[in-house]
Design a protein around this ligand. Structure first.
Ligand code: 5AD
Ligand code: SF4
Length: 435
């Protein structure tokens, strides 16, 4: 029997890439590959890339530079670039960096076995198609191995919203939803293998239309699965929060009280320029409605500062919105022009000004995040335990609000759900006692 070949995947960017990396590893499993967590002894290295903000391609070139010694030490090593940078600039990467054997876009990685065979044969392989066939149906089945208690499950990909700053509609293509029965099949399989919490993923997941009643229909069906205890979804657009999805936050016990709902800016002028198709006011009303059915909801968001045309008054409107809404978690970015997007043609805000705004916004968001975490002290939460902590006897998991919680207890193990009283808020986690 030949020894298994080793596959090292480095993943950048969003959770969808984490999911894709898992599926790519499974797919190459059929070609005799096993995963390794270091590039030193790998027979194949795959960089699963992200293109959302600036310097993505440069980052990949420097990462490839770091891989050079491995290729020199092992001429049989194959190097591949996957993900959204591959989609956007794959051919150029291959031309500029001869070390790269394989380029595969996010919509064609089910063809990896054929591409791998090609590179093993000494050829180069490039596939950045948007094929007709459903890649998930053409992937080798997940092996039946036991899994950890949480898993991602991609249900929707691509985006038709065309926010003026964003490359996603170009790199991931048009919105496509996986049929509900296939998602259910994959979910049942995950639960059979020990998964108790599933996070449904999509670039615009609440635009999911693979179920007659949309995302909430899928969530309600999943909630009937015995053994599946928690459901989450990310990431959403405000305009796709329909009535039943809002209602589900109030009446579906398995749907966790955490929502990532990006607004990007608090200025109507900037929201219009961003092509967001909602106003600050409509967003605030929407949050009020969701909190009306689920008052303890922990809200998360994304913000961009320094979008072309943003004045100090526009930025102030963003700060005002953040103050009015209150976020338990948030991500904020300085605008970076992405080639091919409409906003890239517009005059940029002074970089120093944008940096300064980003710092001010981050200071406010950090304050809110800390307040939301500190506010948990004294409360009882339910924790799904995922792994041992750094200290002896410690277990770490997540509360329903996605806060990391650690306890020192021999009563709980991996995959257990337990009620925990929070006793202390430390830097990035909460300390608790099992009740
Ligand atoms: N510049 C800065 N931030 C961006 N994002 C998307 N495109 C850009 C860009 N060109 C941010 C948005 C989005 C998150 C995933 O990344 O806030 O919600
Ligand atoms: Fe990009 Fe999200 Fe806007 Fe779609 S909705 S274009 S993924 S920021």
């Amino acid at each position: 029997m030949t020894a298994p070949k080793k596959l090292f995947i480095k993943t950048y960017g969003c959770q969808m890439n984490v999911y894709d990396s898992e599926r790519m590893a499974e797919s190459l499993g059929g070609q005799g590959y096993v995963a390794t967590d270091t590039p030193d002894d790998a027979d194949m290295i795959l960089l699963n890339t992200c293109h959302i903000r600036e310097k993505a391609a440069e980052k990949i070139y420097s990462e490839l530079g770091r891989m050079r010694p491995f290729k020199e030490a092992n001429p049989d090593l194959k190097i591949g670039v996957a993900g959204c940078v591959a989609q956007a600039e794959g051919a150029e990467i291959m031309a500029r960096q001869p070390m790269v054997d394989l380029v595969v876009g996010p919509q064609s990685y089910h063809r990896l076995p054929e591409l791998e065979a090609k590179v093993r044969d000494g050829q180069k392989a490039l596939d950045t198609d948007f094929p007709e066939e459903d890649k998930f149906e053409h992937l080798v089945a997940r092996p039946k191995a036991k899994r950890g208690p949480t898993a991602f499950l991609t249900v929707q990909e691509g985006c038709d919203k065309f926010c003026a700053f964003c490359v996603v509609p170009y790199t991931r293509g048009a919105e496509v939803s996986r049929p509900a029965e296939r998602v259910m099949g994959e979910a049942l399989d995950l639960v059979e293998r020990g998964v108790r919490e599933i996070t449904l993923l999509g670039q615009n997941v609440n635009a999911y239309h693979g179920h007659a009643r949309g995302l909430s229909g899928l969530i309600r069906d999943l909630a009937k699965v015995d053994g599946l205890e928690r459901i989450r979804f990310t990431t959403s657009h405000p305009n796709d929060m329909d009535d039943d999805l809002i209602a589900a936050h109030g009446d579906c016990d398995k749907l966790m009280p955490y929502l990532h709902l990006p607004v990007q800016s608090g200025s109507d002028k900037i929201l219009k320029a961003m092509n967001r198709k909602h106003t600050a006011e409509s967003y605030v009303r929407l949050i009020e409605r969701i909190r009306g059915v689920r008052p303890d909801l922990l809200l998360s968001g994304d913000f961009i500062v320094g979008f072309p045309g943003e004045t100090e008054a526009d930025f102030q409107a963003t700060l005002d919105l953040v103050e009015a809404v209150g976020y338990g978690q948030a991500y904020s970015f300085k605008y970076s022009p992405r080639p091919g997007t409409p906003a890239a043609e517009r005059a940029e805000v002074d970089a120093g000004e944008a940096d300064e705004r980003l710092q001010r916004l981050q200071a406010l968001l950090t304050r809110q995040q800390k307040a939301a975490q500190d506010e948990m002290v004294g409360r009882e939460v339910t924790v799904l335990f995922e792994k041992p902590g750094r200290l002896r006897g410690q277990m770490v998991g997540k509360s329903e609000y996605l806060h990391a919680v650690h306890v020192t207890s021999d009563k709980v193990g991996r995959g257990d759900l337990a009620r925990v009283r929070i006793v202390e808020s430390v830097r990035n986690s909460l300390a608790g006692e099992v009740i």
